[in-house]
Design a protein around this ligand. Structure first.
Ligand code: FBP
Length: 696
């Protein structure tokens, strides 16, 4: 048979058809998987029960701007067993509902829509669900698709937001609000479900307020891989432990990062530097640490609290206060990393894996100041000139030139210079790629786009430079196992003990460190000559040179960015069940007239039987935050709580996980993301730890 015939036969073979089909066996199994439903959703009729025992503070600005939804309280979906015929009929009436994704994708989004669709059509098959295309843009431009059973079935338990796509456009003017209202009215919508993060839920609250007069309801659904939407009432009761998508993304990152631990420990030549998403909060970095036990992890919230006690003490002795001792600097951070690298290398481990949260720059004083100042400068330029800063100054040089010009005179409202000569001088010391990163365009919501900045590069460049200096000083060396050294020398007919005293700091240690002053073949020879092991004109014995070479470190890194892969990945079992029930909850909240509420599941940290569908008043979660250079009302992000069990456990374990000693590493293999199966953990580790009752 010729090549052409072979190709034809293989191409027409049924096996080829089967194994090259777009739907993989895993995808088919996923689409057919049926998430669990909270029992209450099997009831013939439900109702909302107010839960006034859960109280929240009230922001004055929120009260002023959101008067119609500010007095909402927490609602719980409960069964209505005594529903009259009329009530049942009202509950099962034909409805039109709209749904929109907003912000970055998160695994589980399709299941929210599936839950919403199933509840809506189970009540009344005549009801219609419309999905707006490409996020808020679809809502503004009236671009939508009717969501049918076929469409839903093709996306059940599958990752991404590809069914209707997403976008980051903010509905921030009354013109846009009216436009969105017009679209909803033209489709005769009873309500709109906004599936999004903190900014999108903020938008949902503003829409709810704007739509009140028209009787259209708006329900938010908490999504974000960043994990920073968490809600507790004033008395500390957890109402929402985590948004959907967090678990799946953290598990996807952890699986990949744990593969890197295997690589690092096999080839023993690389430090793998992993930047993981989380624009501001470090929840993903913390969960990844607990999942993988990598050697070094930074938690932004901890760095932000950093105080250099030594510097404070020194200043105290001279009767002064050193304000620069508060907060960590890039330089200090790079020193901490170097310290870990040097300490592991001393035990023969010139390799490792570290995790840096994407938003780490926000915790570094000097950089945070730049970010805030630049936010203001860019926002002011846009307002004053009614032009876009980035289009007006497309190149880095033009941007820098503008900064230079304003450094001579731009003052803020209180008369303080916004960008002074000192800022200009410091900024100009940064490498170009980093300057460009800090000047990157802000997103629609005025957020700094950390994902666009090569944070790991700026940090690791400083680390590499300092390690070079430590190597020169003879401090950075690879420890050599004494047992290895002895057998190596003996097999080459050299007396190990004879040379050990001249070569090593402590010849009796389990790992031998070459003396700091021996940093080259020249200094090696001097050491041997001074110990009378070598004549001035003799050559260094080959095996001794070999041992010295092995003690010389070469610092090699591989950088990785985990973010888009995890947020576009498939959901874990936890997220499949969770997001599906969020969809069901959103429907029941809306069907009973709620608006300005965020669908949530209480007791996520407990077994599924205890999950409770609730609605949380979004307006009560608002505070004022600096955006685009001015204070804006937004939903408050939840940062890593340094007193939480999860952080405390990580803190207690991190020395062990750094493994800067003779022992083996303690890496943990979490395994792949799955949606079913016995071996699968059923919720994030942070959630489980935080639910442990400290006082019990
Ligand atoms: P959301 O807050 O919308 O869920 O998005 C979070 C996130 O995944 C961050 O972790 C990341 O910084 C950001 O999106 C990147 O977004 P993009 O590159 O899409 O603008």
């Amino acid at each position: 048979m010729g090549a052409k015939e072979v190709r034809k036969t293989v191409l027409n073979h049924p096996i080829t058809d089967k194994i090259t089909a777009s739907a993989s066996p895993e995808a088919i199994e996923r689409q057919q998987f049926v998430p669990k439903r909270i029992k209450i959703f099997d009831a013939k009729c439900t109702q909302l029960s107010e839960q006034p025992q859960y109280r929240f503070g009230m922001n004055r600005e929120a009260k002023r701007i959101l008067p119609d939804i500010i007095n909402n309280c927490v609602h719980k979906v409960i069964e209505k067993s005594d529903a009259s015929m009329a009530q049942k009929k009202a509950f099962c009436k034909r409805r039109h509902i709209g749904v929109v994704f907003s912000g970055g994708p998160a695994p589980g989004g399709h299941n929210v829509i599936a839950g919403l669709f199933d509840a809506l059509t189970a009540c009344n098959p005549e009801s219609r669900l419309y999905g707006f295309i490409l996020g808020s843009d679809g809502l503004l431009e009236s671009r939508y698709v009717e969501i049918t059973k076929e469409l839903v079935d093709a996306h059940r338990n599958m990752g991404g937001f590809s069914m209707i796509k997403t976008g980051r456009t903010k509905i921030d003017t009354s013109e846009k609000m009216n436009q969105a209202l017009k679209t909803c009215q033209s489709l005769n919508l009873e309500g709109l479900v906004v599936i999004g993060g903190d900014d999108s839920n903020t938008n949902a609250a503003f829409l709810a307020q704007h739509f009140t007069a028209a009787g259209i309801r708006v329900i938010g659904v908490p999504k974000t891989i960043d994990g920073d939407i968490q809600v507790s009432s004033d008395d500390g009761t957890k109402l929402l432990a985590v948004p959907f998508g967090f678990h799946s993304a953290a598990r996807a990152f952890s699986q990949n990062i744990s593969s890197l631990t295997s690589d690092a420990a096999s080839d023993i030549k690389y430090w793998h530097v992993c930047k993981v998403m989380g624009r501001v909060a470090s929840h993903l970095a913390l969960e990844t640490a607990l999942q993988t036990h990598v050697n070094l992890v930074f938690i932004g919230e901890e760095l932000a609290e950093y105080v250099d006690k030594e510097r404070l003490e020194k200043a105290k002795q001279t009767g002064e206060i050193d304000y620069t001792a508060y907060g960590i600097t890039l330089r200090h951070l790079s020193r901490i990393i170097c310290d870990a690298i040097v300490r592991r290398a001393a035990f023969g481990k010139n390799y490792g894996v570290m995790v840096i949260p994407e938003g780490i720059l926000e915790s570094i004083n000097e950089i945070q100041v730049f970010i805030i100042k630049l936010n203001k400068i860019i926002a002011d330029f846009n307002t004053i000139h009614d032009l876009d800063f980035h289009r007006s100054f497309p190149t880095l040089n033009e941007k820098l030139d503008y900064l230079r010009r304003i450094s001579k005179g731009m003052l803020d409202r209180n008369g303080f210079p916004i960008w002074n000569l000192r800022d200009d001088e410091l900024f100009n010391q940064l490498p170009e790629f980093f300057q460009a990163g800090l000047l990157v365009e802000r997103d629609f919501h005025g957020n700094f786009q950390f994902s666009q900045v090569r944070t790991e590069k700026i940090i690791m460049d400083m680390v590499t430079e300092y390690l070079g200096a430590l190597k020169e000083q003879g401090i950075y060396k690879i420890g050599i196992a004494r047992s290895y050294y002895q057998s190596f020398m003996a097999s080459r007919n050299l007396d190990p003990d004879l040379y050990a005293a001249a070569l090593f700091t402590d010849p009796s240690a389990v790992f031998l460190l070459v003396k700091p002053r021996i940093i080259s073949l020249k200094t090696l020879k001097q050491a041997l000559v001074s110990e009378a092991l070598l004549g001035k004109d003799d050559e260094i014995p080959g095996p001794v040179t070999e041992i010295f070479r092995r003690s010389e470190p070469r610092f090699k890194i591989q950088t990785h960015f985990y973010g888009y892969d995890g947020r576009g990945g498939d959901p874990t079992g936890f997220d499949c069940h969770y997001s599906y029930n969020l969809g069901l909850t959103a429907f029941h909240l809306m069907a009973h007239g709620a608006t300005g509420q965020m669908a949530a599941i209480k007791n996520l940290e407990q077994s599924f039987e205890n999950w409770e569908p609730i609605g949380i008043p979004i307006a009560r979660l608002m505070h004022l935050e600096e955006r685009k250079g001015r204070l804006e009302l937004v939903m408050e992000k939840s940062m890593v709580d340094l007193s939480s069990n999860a952080f405390q456990v990580y803190k207690a374990m991190r020395k062990k996980w750094m493994a800067a000693g003779p022992e083996e590493d303690h890496y943990r293999k979490p395994g792949p993301v799955r949606f079913d199966g016995k071996a699968e953990e059923d919720r994030p580790i942070t959630l489980v730890l935080n639910a442990i009752d400290k006082d019990a």
